[in-house]
Design a protein around this ligand. Structure first.
Ligand SMILES: [Fe+2]
Length: 244
């Protein structure tokens, strides 16, 4: 059995080396803990066996391990301006021989690396085994749940004159994933978070989002939207709740 307590302990020890870098480190530290908990919850909801539940929780603990070094080297969380933090995390885990402290079996080690690698990609890579695919989906949902919970509308965002691009509108109505390449306006960028709702895989996650009214938090009626766009936004939101 994976010793989860000592995995948390090792994670704490690892992060303590970065503590002097300030608030951004704390953000990712607590994010990681919450995501690990949600990995556990999702795995439980799927009735996975005890060992698989622990593998999921371990993936949660390790998924953002690259974030700390990313901050140290580049002082940003923007992968595009720095480095793919998932790949960096895998490199760090390999250098420190971190995973073999908990998992001896090579296939499971590979499974953990695959899940970490895929947690931040636009879509999960093809040609994975169904088991690999399942663990990728779990960490992706757990990560998103926390991103949704943390979502706050930034004070400086002004959407009162911004329009929604036709393409983006169509993609959202069709409940598809939003590729960053088609984003043009401020409103398009803002709705990236909404599009992430369509990338949830499990009933557990979808229920949380509905219970916590995440769509209402993102498409918040009190925001001063461009009046020409408001109906479209409400329509998108309504469709989400209806599951159409
Ligand atoms: Fe991440």
């Amino acid at each position: 059995m994976i010793d989860i307590e000592s995995a948390y302990h090792l994670f704490d020890e690892f992060v303590s080396k970065y503590k002097n870098l300030g608030q951004k480190i704390d953000l990712k530290y607590y994010h990681t803990k919450r995501v690990a908990k949600e990995c556990y919850n999702i795995a439980k909801s799927l009735n996975l066996d005890e060992e698989d539940i622990r593998i999921c929780e371990l993936i949660g603990i390790l998924h953002d391990i690259g974030r700390f070094e990313q901050i140290k080297r580049y002082n940003t969380f923007l992968d595009l301006k720095s480095i793919d933090h998932a790949q960096l995390g895998i490199d760090i885990l390999k250098e420190n021989d971190f995973i073999s402290k908990f998992v001896k079996d090579k296939k499971t080690q590979q499974l953990i690396f695959k899940a970490i690698y895929n947690h931040n990609k636009f879509a999960i890579e093809k040609n994975l085994s169904s088991r690999e695919n399942l663990f990728c989906k779990i960490i992706r949902d757990a990560d998103k749940i926390d991103i949704f919970r943390l979502f706050v509308i930034e004070d400086n965002v002004n959407l009162s004159k911004s329009s929604l691009s036709d393409n983006v509108y169509k993609v959202l109505l069709n409940r598809q994933l939003l590729d960053d390449n088609i984003l043009k306006t401020n409103l398009d960028f803002y709705l990236r978070h909404f599009a992430m709702l369509y990338d949830l895989n499990f009933e557990y996650s979808k229920n949380i989002v509905k219970k916590e009214k995440i769509p209402d938090k993102i498409i918040d009626v009190s925001i001063n939207y461009n009046p020409h766009e408001k109906n479209k936004l409400l329509q998108i939101k309504e469709k989400y709740y209806k599951g159409e």
